[in-house]
Design a protein around this ligand. Structure first.
Ligand code: NI
Length: 169
């Protein structure tokens, strides 16, 4: 099932999520649906709040469906190590068409569980490191615009308010 993507300023996006405690068929189905929804929206990552569920789970596939091994389910993820810096443009499916330069670590090691509850740990670099940070931010109720300067952030917020008023958001 393909879920519609929840857009800013829906409050579910700025609320910290609940830990995953049950690893059952429902969770498996939810994460499968999240991959499907992410591919349909042409994203490389999707967090549960973006489909309206305040649960600490996200999916990432920086290969955009090309490499099955790149499909990652991040249940209860934590960053255990980060180093270096990268400054690149970042966007978000919940803020379509808006982008901004965000500083992130170049290398990020994440510890998480898969859909079956099995623990895993991985060191990502470049885009994967960025995706780890972006999706874990989502699970903490943080959007990428919060990493932008105040002027840029306010400009984006103002534009979205205008689009909302015009019924174009
Ligand atoms: Ni996002």
């Amino acid at each position: 099932m393909i879920y519609p993507i929840v857009k800013y300023p829906n409050t579910v996006l700025e609320k910290p999520t609940e830990q995953v405690t049950v690893f059952d068929d429902d969770l498996r189905k939810l994460t499968d649906d999240m991959f499907e929804s992410m591919y349909a929206a042409q994203g490389v990552g999707l967090a549960a709040p973006q489909i309206g569920k305040s649960l600490r789970v996200a999916v990432i596939d920086v290969s955009i469906g090309k490499n099955p091994e790149a499909r990652l389910v991040l249940a209860n993820p934590e960053i255990v190590h980060a180093e270096g810096e990268q400054r690149e443009e970042e966007g978000c499916l919940s803020l379509p068409s808006f982008r901004g330069m965000v500083m992130r670590p170049l290398f990020v090691t994440v510890r998480a569980q898969n859909a079956a509850g099995e623990p895993w740990e991985m060191r990502g670099e470049n885009l994967l490191a960025r995706a780890f940070c972006h999706e874990i931010d989502h699970l903490d109720g943080v959007l990428f615009i919060q990493h932008l300067g105040m002027l840029k952030r306010d400009l984006i917020r103002r534009k979205i308010r205008k689009l909302l008023k015009a019924g174009q958001w």
